[in-house]
Design a protein around this ligand. Structure first.
Ligand code: AMP
Length: 194
């Protein structure tokens, strides 16, 4: 992987374990020559991961819609900044620029981004690994909800298994390297669960 897109919150709660995980992820990415692609903001977890990568001499590439430049305080020290027209273009370009995706803790925006690229993977529109960095059990309930969806036959186990997760950045990246997407068309062939 040459670049990883990180979805994450525009807020930060001051959690020490989360800060450590962000720094550890940045260290691994820089050591393995993996660029960061992210939402381009200077605030919250977004700003922390960008600064952690840049401070270690890595590359950080931002993708931000013009109208969010002020609101999310566009980061001015990035290796590259793409200013796009809207949220859809943002996600599209972030996905095009990366070889894999990691989701850190965040809010609605983070989950929206995560589920959209996950849906694209399920549909075979891309074949990139998608990981949840489950720091301190932050995503335990979300993972549990996915199991509830499987138990209720709204989600196929094969699609549930597309979601890679680990509390440890290196373990998550290893899972991403070993990931093989479903062959094209599998989702459509066996779509109905009942
Ligand atoms: P949040 O997790 O709510 O703090 O949001 C994290 C990031 O997701 C912020 O940069 C938001 O601007 C961004 N975001 C929210 N909704 C969307 C969307 N529909 N498409 C692209 N980015 C989004």
């Amino acid at each position: 992987m040459k670049s990883i897109c990180v979805f994450c919150g525009a807020n930060f709660n001051g959690d020490v374990q989360l800060k450590q995980a962000i720094d550890h992820l940045a260290e691994i990415m820089v050591n393995q020559n993996i660029s960061l692609v992210f939402g381009g903001g200077k605030v919250g977890v977004m700003g922390l991961i960008a600064d952690a990568v840049l401070q270690r001499g890595g590359k950080a590439i931002g993708v931000i819609p013009g109208f969010l430049m002020d609101k999310e305080v566009g980061h001015t020290g990035l290796t590259e900044m793409h200013v796009v027209e809207n949220m859809h273009q943002r996600k599209q370009l972030m996905n095009e620029l990366c070889d894999g995706i990691i989701t850190l803790p965040g809010g609605f925006g983070t989950l929206e981004e995560f589920f959209e690229v996950l849906t694209w993977l399920q549909l075979g529109l891309h074949h990139k690994p998608i990981g949840l960095l489950n720091v301190n059990g932050f995503y335990d309930f979300l993972l549990k909800q996915m199991d509830v969806m499987v138990a209720n036959r709204f989600l196929k186990p094969t699609n549930r298994n597309l979601v890679l997760s680990s509390p440890h950045p290196q373990e998550l990246i290893d899972l991403m390297y070993n990931f093989t997407a479903l062959p094209d068309g599998v989702w459509f062939k066996d779509q109905h669960l009942s």
